[in-house]
Design a binder for this molecule. Structure first.
Ligand code: THU
Length: 148
């Protein structure tokens, strides 16, 4: 389990990451702070695009930054999202696509997702609570199967 102090630090860093949100179309700003197994913290923000579909969520920005640097083991992610402005008025839960990306690299029973409004107001749940019965790399592991 991660400590209260670690959770609070991740939330502060996600709030910082949100300042870099590039969201001229939705004006919805998201920041994420991803805690790697070794303690490194990788930040991400949402990055929108005039063609809309190339938009990348904050969570995936953080994951793809990490994986592209060779980091593949993770403990937790804090996410903050709210319409443009300093005040964070709602909990932003990761979208389905981001949950699936988490499923690729994280143990669903252990990986913690922290959705926060502030350091004092947050919800912390595991990936399998967000994505029950998720499809992941283990499904494609045919090493023990007769049909493999
Ligand atoms: N967004 C995220 O960054 N993370 C989520 O989990 C949900 C949505 C972004 C994508 C888009 O830039 C904006 O929020 C509105 O959908």
């Amino acid at each position: 389990m991660i400590s209260e102090e670690t959770i609070r630090n991740l939330i502060v860093q996600a709030i910082t990451a949100r300042r870099n949100s590039y969201s001229p179309y939705s004006h919805y700003q998201v920041g994420a702070a991803l805690l790697a197994e070794d303690g490194q913290i990788i930040l991400g923000c949402n990055i929108e695009n005039a063609a809309y579909t190339p938009t990348n969520c904050a969570e995936r920005t953080a994951f793809f930054k990490a994986v592209s640097e060779g980091i593949r083991s993770f403990q937790a992610i804090a996410v903050v999202g709210s319409p443009a402005g300093e005040e964070i008025t709602q909990f932003a839960y990761p979208c389905g696509v981001c949950r699936q990306v988490m499923m690729e690299f994280c143990n669903p029973a252990e990986f913690q997702i922290i959705a926060a409004k502030s350091q004092d107001e947050y919800v912390c749940m595991t990936l399998d609570q967000f994505l029950p019965n998720g499809f992941g790399p283990d499904n494609l592991d045919t090493s023990g199967s007769q049909e493999g």
